[in-house]
Design a protein. Structure first.
Lengths: 281, 278
């Protein structure tokens, strides 16, 4: 026999591979590398184009404030109490809606994906209600809950609930049967299957659902605040429109975009930390 | 084997058992008959191979033996008693890896005893011994996707072995491995079998592999599968790759090829008749 020490051979291959990785990382070092510079360039071009269009009244940006005006408004508006309360209110509503959505959606999705009879019972209702556009729930949720705050949070709960449930179901159903069968043969009890096979296996998909739902959360939040009022970034946009403070509208849009990005980044970071086994090669 | 595997820590004590399939019929519906009165025996402490063309229902046989599918007609017996639900007395090594990707090699290895609530110190000794036996020492903290295909299959083997099963059911475990890795794997399986004397049912589509590994080989027909022929392989143990060139091996191989050839001729003519009828 010629080939006798497979493990050593594989170790060499592995070492070689990680060296390649080191090389490829090296060429992307530095803040001002080629790919980052390209990104900065395109951003600058977009800003310039905007400035030119709105300054020389070229439609469709004829009535839109220039980037310079938006920046001035930002400097004026950021230190105010109104702005920070708006951010806190919107974020708080989203957090509560997102959290309750996860709390109900993940277990429901797991059991619907795992147990056929749970899916048989619950899925038709879910699938019938899901296509109803979120915004058409606004009047009903105002009727259903006496407090405006609760009806807004209910909308945000729905926004998180749908994508989380469907992604969790898919995550569980896509697990190869051999994982569950193998674990069963090795003497697993149902709770072991759930804890060691189903949940960790569905986790990547669950986090995909959560990241998706963050996007829907901000859509629903701004719409609900515009309609049901109170505080919040969505409401501030509406108010600014009514009082014709146009630069503020654009600044709030940026603020929403940034908050949405930050929320998404947190979810993604937690997700990749919890599914570390997928990133290691 | 030149790789040294001194086993002064732990060991597995396997009590081999006899497993039998008796008069089993299986079908997924009209026109989709899979098994047609299949009976065979996995001898106590013997290496039994089941060799058949792909798509002949080999995996169905494993699913029935393991208890993943209910049996309608016929019975599966282990030590003369109905086998029933999946259990650790007969463990399956799957075609595709069933290692849990979110657990390291070590966690995967000790998974069975851990969920059964066994003594952790004892498990650790056994796990260390087995990991050494298949040459995976030093890779304990790696996740399955950091291991090569061959290493994953070996990990799969010891994940089953640590439970000291009475019968090991191996469902085309080397499918998709390259020729060289396959040879290494055959060597490891032979070694494990000769060291632990666990009863093995090894399912494969490769003639040579079946003859090289087995004490007894059953040949299956194309779908619906019947036992076409059984052959006793009396090559000496421990098996060496030199045996592949021995006259005895070649004789056995010739006999087997004749059987398989008849079968494929028949399958082909059945196919032709079907075409004509249409």
């Amino acid at each position: 026999m010629e080939v006798t020490k497979p493990s050593h051979e594989n170790a060499t291959v592995y070492r070689k591979y990680s060296a390649f990785q080191r090389i490829s990382r090296k060429s992307y070092q530095g803040v001002f590398n080629t790919s980052n510079l390209r990104g900065i360039l395109s951003l600058a071009a977009a800003l310039l184009l905007w400035q030119v269009f709105s300054k020389y009244k070229i439609p469709p940006l004829a009535l839109v404030p220039t980037p310079h005006e938006v920046l001035q408004e930002a400097i004026r508006f950021v230190p105010t109490r109104t702005f920070w309360w708006s951010v806190i209110f919107s974020s708080g509503r989203i957090f509560v809606g997102f959290f309750t959505g996860c709390l109900l959606g993940i277990p429901l999705g797991i059991f619907m994906g795992w147990k056929r009879h749970v899916k048989n019972v619950a899925f038709p209702v879910y699938e019938l209600v899901r296509p109803v556009p979120l915004l058409s729930w606004v009047p009903l949720s105002v009727l259903m809950f006496p407090l405006t705050e609760v009806s807004i949070v209910f909308l945000l709960f729905l926004a998180a609930f749908y994508p989380i449930v469907i992604n969790t179901i898919l995550g569980v159903e896509n697990l190869p049967a051999s994982y569950v069968n193998g674990a069963l043969s090795l003497g697993s009890k149902p709770i072991d299957i759930l804890w060691h096979v189903i949940i960790p296996g569905a986790l990547p998909s669950i986090f995909t659902g959560m990241a998706l739902s963050i996007g829907f959360e901000w859509v629903a939040c701004v719409a609900a605040e515009m309609l049901a009022g109170g505080f919040g970034l969505g409401y501030t946009i509406w108010e600014a429109y009514v009082f014709s403070i146009y630069p503020r509208i654009i600044f709030c849009m940026f603020a929403i975009g940034l908050s949405g990005y930050l929320f998404g980044a947190v979810v993604r970071a937690v997700g990749s930390q919890m599914t570390r086994w997928r990133q290691i090669y | 084997m030149t790789s040294k595997n001194t086993n002064d820590i732990g060991s597995v004590n396997v009590e081999p058992a006899e497993m039998e399939m008796r008069g089993v019929y299986a079908s997924f519906g009209p026109g989709k008959e899979v098994l047609d009165n299949v009976s065979f025996k996995v001898g106590k402490g013997l290496f039994t191979c089941l060799c058949g063309p792909s798509g002949s229902g080999k995996s169905t046989i494993v699913n029935l033996l393991a208890g993943y599918m209910p049996i309608d007609i016929g019975e599966c017996l282990i030590e003369g008693k109905p086998a029933g639900k999946p259990g650790k007395d007969r463990l399956v090594v799957f075609q595709e890896t069933a290692l849990l990707p979110w657990k390291t090699l070590w966690e995967n290895t000790i998974y069975g005893p851990m969920v059964q609530g066994k003594d952790l110190m004892e498990i650790a000794d056994k796990a260390e011994y087995l990991i050494n036996l298949v040459g995976l020492t030093g890779f304990e903290d790696r996740y399955p996707n950091q291991l090569s295909g061959g290493m994953q299959r070996r990990a799969e083997l010891i994940r089953a072995l640590i439970n000291e099963p009475k019968v090991l059911l191996m469902d085309e475990p080397f499918r998709g491995l390259d020729a060289m890795t396959r040879e290494i794997m055959q060597e490891y399986v032979t070694k494990i079998f000769e060291e632990t004397s666990v009863s093995i049912l090894f399912i494969t589509a490769e003639l040579e592999e079946a003859i090289f590994l087995g004490d007894k080989v059953y040949f299956l027909t194309a779908r619906p599968a019947r036992i076409k022929k059984e052959m006793d392989i009396d090559l000496p143990r421990p098996r060496k790759f030199d045996h592949l060139a021995s006259q005895k091996f070649l004789d056995l191989q010739r006999e087997a090829i004749k059987t398989v050839d008849e079968e494929s001729q028949r399958a082909f003519s059945v196919l032709l008749k079907g075409e004509q009828r249409r």
